[in-house]
Structure formats: C-alpha cells, structure tokens
Design a protein around this ligand. Structure first.
Ligand SMILES: [Zn+2]
Length: 313
C-alpha cells in the first residue's frame, strides 16, 4: 500500500448502509461445483448484498464472525480483477479495492477499519495481534513483515488473510474466546502452520487444542493440484509414511496430485484438534474459477479472495 489515508475517508458517512445489489451475469448457484465432504462445511450466502461464504460450525458457536469472499459483487474491472479483488498488491486501482472491502464488510457485518491484515510470504510465522494492530494493511501500513498467521483475543478485531488457491485455515476457541487465521499454501502446509497456530494460541492465551474448532476454506482440490517430485519429497520428510497415501499419489508422467485439504486435516489432528471440531472445504477455487480467483486457472495476476474472522464484541 502506498498511502495511509483512512479507509472510510473517500465516502460520506452512511455509505455502507446502501451497497449496490448485484446481479451476477456469468455465475449462478446451479453452475457451482460443490465437493462432497465427510465433515461440516461452508454455506454460500447468495442473497446477501454481496455473496460470501461462511462455515456453519463456526456460525453456530454464536460468538464469532467468519466470512470468505467470492469474485462477485465488487467494482474492480478486467478479466483478472473482476470484480471483488481484495488485494492492494495486484496492481488494481486502490480506490476500487477500498470500495470492495467496504462492500464485503457491510455484507458480512463488520467495519473495514477493524481489519488486521497478515503479511504473507509462505512462512509459518504466527503473530499475536492486539488493539494496537487495528487497521493494519487497511488504514495504515503494516508494521511487520513475513506474517502468515494471526491470532488474537481482542473482540472486534477482524483478522484477514488473502488467497487464490492457497489454503485458508480458521481457528476458534469458544472457551478462552480466542481466534486465529492462517495462510497455508503448500509451503505453509509442509511447515505445518496449522499446528504452529494452535501452539501459538496455547502459549499466548491458554487455549486447549480439544476446545478449538478448526476449518479449512476454499482452495485448490487434489484433482486440480499437480506438483513435482521435489514438493512431494518435502511432504515425505514432514509427514509420517502411513498417511502419505491420504495426501498424494504418483502419476505415470512422474508428477503427483497433492491433497492440501487432507494434509491440513492431518496437521490439525497432530495439533490435538478433534475430528468432530474440523470443517472441510466443499469448494475448489480452480474448479470454480468464475466464482473464485484461482492462480492455477488464470495466472499470477489474478485478484485475491479474502478470509475474515473476528470475535463478536
Ligand atoms: Zn478442483
């Protein structure tokens, strides 16, 4: 981000109350390809002013806001950005991105000024954020780098991470009232950022793994995710041999199909989270590239989706 002006300064007060109702032209609910899962998953809020997804298991806890954006309902233009790009780092018009954040925030029920953004570089670094971090990446520059996970116990702070195929990990502890949100691409998954995140929640706030609800958001499915042998070698080193067949298989062309969803479920189990508390994705970004941005479907210049998580204040 190149400037520090306040997120809401360009629009008059009250503008959040009257977003434009969108009528998506290219995508309808009937065209969405849903994956079957053996765990609770996400619901699409299609009738909302701006469509978004949320995990029913986290919603039902009653004390957390969770949301994941789609491509729909924003003001960004062009094949790669249209229309709900939520990244300032993709070369999109900055004021368009700000308007997109306003619309998404209005729909999901939070204030954009309360967002705290990560600084994603495929690390396994998790930062504990506090009141002082409110607005980082939105109303002002982030005073940190190399942060792929965020955790807090401050109600009202809205944790935010961005995506186009990588795996969003949501964590909510209703006992200690603590949340975390982590970005887990293949590198983060191989480094087990999901487990690092649980350990950070335990260390900072006394969370017990058995109390934590964890959820894996929309990202690339195994059918869409071909990788080379060096990636698989890294997974062989990080994961026990008896689960290899759950997370990858070899093909005749010498390459592999990697399952980041099952790998992250294994990371959750290793961290002590119970299966009954785990939600899985029912949407692949690449299978649904009209609904969701996908790096593998359209290239590095695609816009970015965003995950949001807060403790209701
Ligand atoms: Zn797919």
């Amino acid at each position: 981000m190149e400037n520090n002006k306040e997120m809401g300064s360009a629009l008059p007060a009250g503008s959040l109350a009257s977003p434009v109702k969108i009528t998506p032209e290219k995508i309808t609910p009937a065209k969405i390809i849903w994956k079957k899962t053996d765990a609770p998953s996400m619901k699409l809020h299609w009738e909302s002013a701006v469509p978004f997804l949320s995990f029913e298991a986290l919603d039902s806890l009653g004390m957390f806001m969770n949301a994941f954006s789609t491509r729909l309902g924003g003001v960004s233009t062009g094949d790669e950005m249209a229309s709900m790009n939520l990244s300032f780092a993709r070369g999109d018009d900055e004021e368009s991105v700000r308007e997109n954040f306003r619309r998404m925030a209005h729909s999901a029920g939070f204030a954009p000024e309360d967002i705290v953004m990560a600084a994603q570089t495929h690390t396994a670094n998790v930062r504990i954020v506090t009141e002082e971090d409110r607005g980082n990446g939105i109303t002002r520059r982030k005073p940190y780098a190399d942060v792929d996970g965020l955790s807090t116990n401050v109600p009202g702070l809205v944790l935010c991470t961005s995506y186009a195929d990588c795996v969003p990990l949501f964590f909510a502890d209703p006992v200690k009232k603590v949340i975390a949100l982590s970005h887990s691409g293949w590198k983060g998954t191989q480094k087990k950022i999901g487990k690092v995140t649980v350990e950070a929640m335990t260390k900072a706030f006394g969370s017990r793994p058995e109390d934590i609800y964890a959820a894996i958001g929309p990202s690339i499915c195994q059918d869409c995710y071909e990788v080379s042998e060096d990636v698989i070698d890294a997974f062989r080193q990080a994961f026990a041999r008896d689960i290899w067949e759950k997370i990858f298989y070899a093909k005749e062309n010498g390459r592999y199909q990697l399952n980041l969803w099952e790998a992250n479920r294994e990371v959750f189990r290793e961290a002590g989270i119970t299966d009954a508390h785990i939600s899985l994705p029912n949407l692949c970004t690449r299978c649904n590239s009209a609904l969701l941005y996908s790096h593998r479907a359209a290239g590095e210049n695609e816009g970015r989706l965003a995950a949001f998580l807060s403790i209701r204040s």
